[in-house]
Design a binder for this molecule. Structure first.
Ligand SMILES: Nc1ncnc2c1ncn2[C@@H]1O[C@H](COP(=O)(O)OP(=O)(O)OP(=O)(O)O)[C@@H](O)[C@H]1O
Length: 259
């Protein structure tokens, strides 16, 4: 991994009213890294993503990109897919127009796309294996296909970081596996880093490089294979969370975190 982090969070603190939501947050995200943020409901995961995006202002600490402080994220720097049940996305719009929406973010008003932009949109669709559906209606697609198109929309912005909030909501087990395989290919081929909030705690060790366990502060940050992680998860969630190892064999599996 390259030493210079794409994203660096130092001593971040966020409060809502008089309630401390995040404190002492220190994290580094590097090129090609896939980091999962896990933690109990209300632990501040979405707040952290939205603070990185500049939607919430921290009361202390700083966030740097490529070592530099920023007031506003550069256009397209982060491609963010918010927490939503993807099956419920039913825009009366063609797949190609969904992807073009991402590209338009990069263009000055009135956001007219030239041939090069259109080629980039096609390339983005190709990267997620959805180019055959370019003229289809978005609402006619399955949940997993819609997710791929929405990811293509982000790729059309040529982001350095892709951020997902609970990306496997609404996907079946195969769809979930496809999603993780896709993000693995994307980070390898596009030099991007991936930061995602997930409840797929049981399976993430197969797919992510690092895990940050967040419940107001960071309780663990390291490899999902680190022997300390199960104990940290048990402490933070108050129950035994089982991690599935690489061959998809579940060690004394007791089920999913959403139970
Ligand atoms: N805009 C807001 N104004 C006030 N409080 C907020 C706001 N957004 C979130 N909170 C509070 O901050 C805390 C953390 O919420 P957040 O959504 O970040 O948690 P989370 O870890 O993403 O939870 P979940 O896993 O349930 O999605 C919660 O107590 C929530 O009620």
């Amino acid at each position: 991994m390259n030493n210079q982090p794409i994203l660096e969070i130092n001593n971040l603190k966020v409060i809502f009213g008089d309630k401390v939501i995040l404190e002492n947050i220190n994290l580094k995200l590097h090129k090609k890294e896939i980091m999962a943020i896990v933690g109990p409901n209300g632990g501040g995961k979405t707040t952290l993503l939205k603070t990185i995006l500049g939607i919430y202002k921290p009361v202390a600490g700083e966030i740097r990109i490529f070592g530099k402080k920023y007031k506003r994220l550069p256009k397209g720097f982060v491609g963010y897919l918010p927490q939503k049940d993807l099956i419920n996305y039913n825009f009366p719009i063609l797949v190609k127009d969904v992807v073009c929406m991402g590209r338009k973010i990069l263009k000055p008003f009135p956001s007219i796309l030239n041939e090069e932009d259109k080629d980039s949109c096609y390339e983005a669709l190709k990267k997620v294996g959805m180019e055959k559906f370019i003229k289809e209606s978005f609402s006619s697609l399955s949940g997993g296909q819609k997710q791929r198109v929405l990811i293509a929309r982000l790729l059309a912005m040529q982001p350095k970081i892709l951020m997902f909030d609970e990306p496997s909501t609404g996907l079946d087990v195969v769809g979930q596996e496809d999603f993780y395989e896709l993000i693995n290919e994307l980070r390898m081929e596009n030099d991007i880093a991936i930061l995602m909030v997930t409840h797929d705690i049981g399976v993430i060790s197969n797919y992510v490089d690092t895990v940050a366990c967040l419940n107001k502060s960071i309780h663990f940050h390291g490899s999902p294979k680190d022997g300390k992680l199960p104990d940290v998860l048990e402490k933070v969630f108050g129950k035994n969370i089982q991690l599935i190892v690489h061959d998809h064999q579940c060690l004394t599996c007791k089920g999913h975190i959403h139970e």
